[in-house]
Design a protein around this ligand. Sequence first.
Ligand SMILES: Nc1ncnc2c1ncn2[C@@H]1O[C@H](COP(=O)(O)OP(=O)(O)OP(=O)(O)O)[C@@H](O)[C@H]1O
Ligand SMILES: [Mg+2]
Length: 322
Amino acid sequence: MAVPSHAAPDGAPRASGAPGPRSTAAARRDEIARDVVGRRRELDLVLAAVTAGRDILLEGPPGTSKSTMLRAITANWGVPFVLVEGNAELTPARLVGHHNPARVLKEDYSAQNFVPGPLVEAMTAGGFLYIEELNRAPEDTLNVLLGAMAERAVVVPRVGQIEALPTFRVLASMNPFDDVGTARISDSVYDRWCRLAVGYQDDAEERAIVTVRTGSDDERLVADGVALTRATRGHPELRRGSSVRGAIDLVAIAHELANLGSYDGADGPDRPRMVLDAALLALSGRIGVDEASELTPEQVITQIWEDHFFSRPGVRRRVPTA
Ligand SMILES: Nc1ncnc2c1ncn2[C@@H]1O[C@H](COP(=O)(O)OP(=O)(O)OP(=O)(O)O)[C@@H](O)[C@H]1O
Ligand SMILES: [Mg+2]
């Protein structure tokens, strides 16, 4: 290929994150992978984009390891990680920075009384600017961000042009189904990013995540928690299911319930009821019942629980309890 693999397609002078020989890149990936369960392909793709000097947008439902992956990569890169949450209050001035009003009154505007915002902080430190919920940021803020991404510099009134160090990157995440306080991201915004869509991990990986996050050694409980949580996704009565966060909480709560002894411990006859109570606590707020449904979140979870514990082949289904 005529174009060096690290050059930006638009010819912008972007240095890479010091790409090394294949073994170095692979060793780096393996080190990062230690903090993340599965996601080998996704880590490779994000790493390739970042190493190639590109900015990247991760799009996927809540709890699908977007932050986990980006944090692990940034930690390994050894550059500052500047986190900013996209919301209506993220004005261009908040993103870029502002002049300290008290000092402006005393000394007038100057470069010295400029207080850098996260964008300038990341640019001048050569850090990774990580914007969560990118689609919740106002449009004028997105425009400032896109300008900085294209130019690798921003112009601040009364300060001048601020250049980004070569390792500066913009990483962003968003939930494509997010319908709270968001506008649809415009085509021109999409056109400026590399984008990776992430989905839910499989059953075995979700069990591994729950085991790592809770420290649980009760494989049966972890399997039950993951199965109940997964059953909320794509359930006909639900418009929103729970991420693996629900399973993590379910298992952690069930352990505490077992410790309290009110359910005859983790292996007593009351175990299914203990799992139900943990599921109600961990999952009922995380699911969204479809408008057309007349069921309550508690009823849906109880149904899922009955199907899981009592409707397996050869096991007689009990009369619903809720
Ligand atoms: N692959 C994974 N490896 C280890 N932990 C994971 C993984 N995926 C998810 N988790 C755990 O699940 C929880 C949610 O993950 P994370 O915060 O990365 O999701 P997210 O995609 O950033 O979600 P949101 O869109 O809500 O910000 C965290 O507690 C995290 O530790
Ligand atoms: Mg996140």
